[in-house]
Design a protein around this ligand. Sequence first.
Ligand SMILES: Nc1nc2c(ncn2[C@@H]2O[C@H](COP(=O)(O)OP(=O)(O)OP(=O)(O)O)[C@@H](O)[C@H]2O)c(=O)[nH]1
Ligand SMILES: [Mg+2]
Length: 368
Amino acid sequence: MFLRRKPKNEEPAEPAPTSEPIESLWHTDEPEAVNAIVHAEASVPAVPSVSSQPSTPEETSTATTADPLDDETPGDLSAGLARSRGGFMSKLRGILKSGPSSADWESVEELLIAGDLGGELALEIVEKARVRKDMPSAEAAVRAELSARLIPAEPHWRPKAGGPGQPAVILMVGVNGTGKTTTIGKLAHVYRHEGTSVLLAAADTFRAAAIGQLKIWADRTGSQFVAHAPNADPAAVIYDALDAAVARNVDVVIADTAGRLHTKSNLMDELAKMRRVIDRRLPGASPEVLFVLDATTGQNGLSQAKVFHETVGLTGIVLTKLDSTAKGGIVFAIEDSLHLPVRFVGVGEKLGDLLPFDPEAFVGALFD
Ligand SMILES: Nc1nc2c(ncn2[C@@H]2O[C@H](COP(=O)(O)OP(=O)(O)OP(=O)(O)O)[C@@H](O)[C@H]2O)c(=O)[nH]1
Ligand SMILES: [Mg+2]
């Protein structure tokens, strides 16, 4: 069992956030107290376990094997974009192939807007594409203009630790139901397969079910797990999770947070506190703050992202549910307006349906 230790030589200007169980647990090893905080690790056969923390039968009891989410088959970007390719893109390709007249270029603009690029960007793309002389066709010109809007890929992108002995940290944020927890599970699966040790922090303390949902992902992926009781201070969960990760030499901590509306200032303040706690516990760390955006919310998602960015300083986007929308053009709008890279796209509900975002492959899957 992991023994929590009081951090030495660390007196943060703002007291470390605590929730009741933590206060009473410093220096204690009482079994009844430990029940208030869950530190669990389980392993699944497909994933190499790299931690020395054994799991108990009780801790692994929530693992599910019959769930379709267990399907690790790598997701197919092209299949995930089928709706977009068959929707606005198919009409767009039709018009562009016929060598567009002025009226047709107007339709191109309308189709790009219908595909969720937003009015301003759609106009810019059309204005530039129609005067390009270096392209063999109108389709190639639009394709090149769209590609130019995307931030170049970083194929081997990984969250980085701030220094030796520190874990890399990912804070997953977004509005309700966008796919944060599922994305954490999929990401933990990827990292565990690479032999990286992962600790999931249940900083969505809003609902007891949210803690249970993340615990299932911890069990399924063989990740370690830190949670407090429901309604505890989420910043305290993160503080404790970082403590645990340092003590156990864990490589990556991924923190789940409750979905929140960008208009609720008290909830946004709570998120800002979580962000500050990371800086306080791991000075010099540069945590990844990933905004999980449901592609089906389209342009509304952009205004949400802007407020989150102002509050917590986003470092990247995860665009989920691309398989459920015919408006995959939102990718261009996000990168163009937020200047933040899309790190991953979700193209389904299976474990393997989280793909690193590759701009070239994305544009190819839309056009080809
Ligand atoms: N089709 C599809 N569904 C997805 C994808 N990602 C997540 N989902 C589904 O979206 C639903 C919500 O996912 P959660 O992970 O619980 O969302 P959340 O953001 O954690 O929700 P809250 O914690 O309530 O804010 C679940 O049914 C997921 O299976 C995706 O890429 N494609
Ligand atoms: Mg969740």
